[in-house]
Design a protein around this ligand. Sequence first.
Ligand SMILES: Nc1ncnc2c1ncn2[C@@H]1O[C@H](COP(=O)(O)OP(=O)(O)OP(=O)(O)O)[C@@H](O)[C@H]1O
Length: 317
Amino acid sequence: MPAVSFQHVFKSYPGPKGELQALKGVSFDIQPGEFFGLLGPNGAGKTTLISVLAGLARASSGTVCVHGHDVVTDFATARRHLGVVPQELVFDPFFTVREALRIQSGYFGLRRNDDWIDELLTQLGLADKADANMRRLSGGMKRRVLVAQALVHRPPVIVLDEPTAGVDVELRQTLWQFIGRLNREGHTVLLTTHYLEEAEALCHRIAMLKAGQIVALDRTTSLLSGTASTMLSFKLDGELPSALSEQARWIGRIVQIKAHDAREVEQILVLLRQAGCKVEDLEIGRADLEDVFLEIMQADTYPGAFVRRPEIAGVSR
Ligand SMILES: Nc1ncnc2c1ncn2[C@@H]1O[C@H](COP(=O)(O)OP(=O)(O)OP(=O)(O)O)[C@@H](O)[C@H]1O
């Protein structure tokens, strides 16, 4: 049985110009123990999908189950299987960190939970803040408390909605070490992030959402190898020959051009030489997830071409 199952999920919001379709028939499963990434540009529908999963929003149609429990008809059980770290910093300012975690434990009927609370505080670098009032914590510390709150009931499925937005390197490392450990111990993780290098490093499989639809779903390694896999990068002061300008990406003086194989690399170099371009600091490297993401998001052909059925794509564990 999948840890999380989305089946034909539609969600529309009333808008000034009629209905806004935030999710347009999203279907996929996440298997127990997977570290699964959900990527997409701003407004793609990631938070909406997570809100539906967490029971914070109701799908217009379709079903969502957590370990077989429907998030609408069997809400309490589904919710017990989930630990959700929300994107926004929402908390009650009147309590200390420990009190907030005890209260959260109480929601799940856990009375003697202090051993696990202590472990969470230690693992998340909050031990010396246990008795600090929530309103006195820095933004990064509050985010750590939100992670601890989501985990008080040791949920088998951990959902992280952009957990590292605006947090420092130390917290990122602490967080990924701890979440990585929980994942190795069998917890399923669903992560949304705009940091693609994070997704590339952590996720076994990745789904890409664009305008409410899944446009790619595959193992991370397959996504990386399925598209142009070589990236030429060099500095240039002048102009590119027109044959190359369309496929190039500029970052200041740096030009990046993708190639599928060594022959294409050679062709690009020949075109540059023929045009008399003065290329500096040439590097030939592997395309990363950001390149794949941009390629998929910019594709205007039928996006389903990138989707592999989960039973074919398998799970990289
Ligand atoms: N409560 C709401 N009422 C009306 N429209 C909404 C509401 N929540 C989200 N939307 C709209 O639904 C679409 C999807 O938004 P959502 O927040 O799910 O995207 P996202 O992928 O999480 O974006 P981001 O990366 O910016 O967090 C957007 O067009 C957004 O404006």
